[in-house]
Write a protein that binds this ligand. Structure first.
Ligand SMILES: [Zn+2]
Length: 633
């Protein structure tokens, strides 16, 4: 890890002068209502590993070093504050114990838990902190605001599934919650996890030249998954419920920050929980890990609706990341500003698209207007204007920019070899790129070195120079996710990790126990190596027998190497094979083809008809390397 280049030092200095560092309201708000915390919020797993800690981020004191964007440094300090906080009468939050916040709403006799964090250990620690200072109250309800894992994964740390069932605890979620929660983690789970390493910088050492923050919170942490499926679904805006004397009005916001999400209005408390639809940052319209692009127009409209319907009747706006905002005037400024930044980016991107500009051209030109961009909550600590412009472009137009020169480009290795040849060879490229590095042209250096690395991946000089430029880009980035991505790239270029282990990346057994059979078949379908089974045509009936004796069936049609499925059963006379499994067998099968074949061979699966086709299908299932290469071929 190298020091800040003079061009990086100069860029940081410019920001120190341009941004309103004298406005320190957020530092008051982030501590307002503080009750207590644990030292460093240090939390262990049952096995004694660190599930969560702020210990390594103790360096975030004083003013920013030149290796960290000063605006990001400010956010990293705010996100280092942790503990139990009183939001208003009857509403408390534990913040800084996980990436997200958990909100505790006190009812007449018990407790409503909103968003039980990422892991069981995080949720348990937060609940214990709450109970130590507010007493033990029975949990009456768990509410998930949306389908992202940092908001539901720790539910079993609040109550076990058995307790939820035995005590009749209400578990509420917005419409589409389970489907969206599965779709993100299962279908694109492998590449998303790999890219998450870049987004969150999970393996970067903490420090002024390494990990400082994640923008929405400090880090991801680790622990055990413990989703408890919802018992109730909220299906429309304006729906009301009363839980333990607490009245809640729901506003559904699908397609904004998450495909299934909702805001919660507490009229008796004059409080509005805007889930993750507002934060003290410009959020992203597509995370660096990858996702279906989010709808900036819908997002801004939901915030407009929230402001109109509830905004004038509340004294506090809280959210499931960052700290609350109190007082009418500041609430209006905050929510309207958040609304306007998404609307502005949306409308201006569409306007410039209509003038024929492509995403990279718009990203280079478009900035939020000064009156917005000087508000701290509109800075891009998690999202970034450039990346959001690209997401808006893709949302409407897809990945192709319309120029047929980009219709069928050579892939990186083939293109890299030609670029190197055209540019006069590796040494000529390195010599020019070193001059550009000294001139601070870091974006261009990583572009040129990309071609050289994909042509000659073992050329250390190219890897080193690219890593040095990536690092300076990381030091300058205001967005924590950009910083993490650049620094992760630098790390992998300097110490090439060796992938190729071809371990299967199983979905967790807990997840399989909840998965609809149709979703499990989609999980299998994306693993089929199509060419190997393209000659097979088969109709398979698959019946899943649940623990309580209930069943679900899917009629599978294997055709042209594609695994189609529909609910129901093929008629017996048109069926090639019929398979009956239990949940436990399904969990075992999720581990990989070897386990499935073993179960078949041992006669553990109930198969009617010739099993050859089943065997061929299982043999064709692919295995994935969870650490595939990204910055090199
Ligand atoms: Zn979140």
């Amino acid at each position: 890890m190298k020091p800040a280049h003079p061009h990086t030092q100069a860029a940081q200095q410019r920001l120190r002068q341009e941004l309103p560092f004298e406005d320190s309201q957020d530092f008051d708000d982030v501590r307002r209502g503080f009750i207590a915390t644990l030292p460093d919020a240090h939390t262990l797993t049952d096995a004694g590993d660190v599930a969560w800690t702020m210990r390594e981020h103790g360096f975030l004191q004083g003013s920013a070093p030149d290796t960290v964007n000063p605006s990001l440094w400010r956010m990293a300090q705010l996100n280092a504050v942790h503990g139990l906080f009183k939001v208003c009468e009857g509403i408390y939050q534990v913040r800084g114990f996980s990436l997200a916040n958990v909100t505790f709403v006190e009812g007449d006799t018990g407790l409503i838990v909103v968003d039980p964090l990422t892991y069981v250990e995080h949720a348990r620690a937060a609940l214990q902190l709450y109970q130590a200072h507010r007493g033990k109250r029975p949990v009456r309800a768990i509410i998930y605001t949306h389908s992202h894992r940092d908001h539901y994964g720790g539910a079993a740390g609040i109550l076990s599934l058995e307790q939820v069932r035995a005590q009749g605890v209400r578990v509420m979620a917005p419409q589409g919650f389970m489907q969206e929660a599965f779709s993100e983690t299962i279908l694109a789970g492998v590449p998303m996890r790999r890219r998450s390493l870049f987004q969150f910088g999970t393996t970067l050492p903490a420090g002024p030249k390494g990990h400082v923050d994640s923008g929405l919170g400090k880090a991801v942490g680790r622990g055990r998954d413990g989703l408890i499926p919802p018992t109730e679904t909220v299906t429309r805006t304006g729906e009301r419920t009363v839980i333990d004397g607490v009245e809640i009005v729901f506003q559904l916001t699908p397609g904004a920050e998450a495909p299934a999400e909702m805001n919660l209005y507490f009229p008796q408390r004059r409080a509005l929980n805007l889930a993750e639809n507002v934060c003290h940052t410009l959020h992203n319209l597509c995370p660096l890990r990858g996702a279906k692009t989010r709808d900036a127009l819908a997002w801004s409209r939901y915030l407009d609706e929230a402001l109109h319907d509830y905004g004038a009747q509340v004294d506090v706006v809280l959210a499931q990341h960052h700290w609350p905002v109190w007082g009418q005037e500041r609430i209006q400024t905050f929510v309207a500003g958040q609304r306007d930044m998404y609307r502005y980016l949306h409308d201006q991107t569409l306007r410039l698209m209509s003038r024929g500009l492509t995403a990279s051209e718009i990203g280079e030109r478009l900035m939020l207007p000064n009156r917005l961009s000087r508000q701290w909550f509109a800075r891009g600590y998690y999202g970034a204007v450039v990346h959001n412009v690209a997401a808006i472009y893709a949302h409407y137009m897809g990945p192709y920019d319309g120029n047929p020169a980009h219709l069928n480009p050579l892939p990186p290795e083939a293109a890299g070899a030609r670029y190197v040849e055209y540019m006069g060879g590796a040494q000529a490229m390195l010599a020019r790129a070193r001059q550009d590095f000294e001139a601070g042209q870091f974006r261009w250096v990583v572009e040129v070195m990309k071609h050289l690395i994909f042509a000659q991946p073992t050329l250390t000089a190219a890897r080193e120079l690219s890593a040095d430029a990536m690092e300076q880009l990381g030091y300058q980035a205001e967005s924590a996710t950009w910083r993490n991505a650049y620094l992760q790239a630098a790390k992998e270029l300097r110490q090439p990790h060796r992938g190729g282990t071809h371990q299967t990346l199983p979905i967790s057994a807990d997840m399989v126990m909840l998965l609809p059979l149709g979703s499990f078949l989609e999980f299998l379908g994306i693993r089929v190596q199509g060419e190997q089974v393209q000659h097979l045509s088969a109709r398979i009936n698959w019946t899943l027998v649940e623990e309580d004796g209930g069943t679900q069936s899917q009629r599978i049609h294997l055709s042209h190497g594609a695994l189609n499925h529909l609910p129901g059963l093929h008629p017996a006379d048109q069926t090639d094979v019929a398979l009956t499994t239990t949940r436990a067998q399904m969990a075992l099968m999720a581990q990989g083809p070897a386990q499935m074949l073993q179960a078949l061979d041992a006669g553990e699966l109930q198969v009617q008809g010739p099993s050859d086709v089943l065997r061929a299908l299982v043999k064709s299932l692919d295995q994935f390397d969870p650490m595939f290469n990204v910055v090199e071929p």
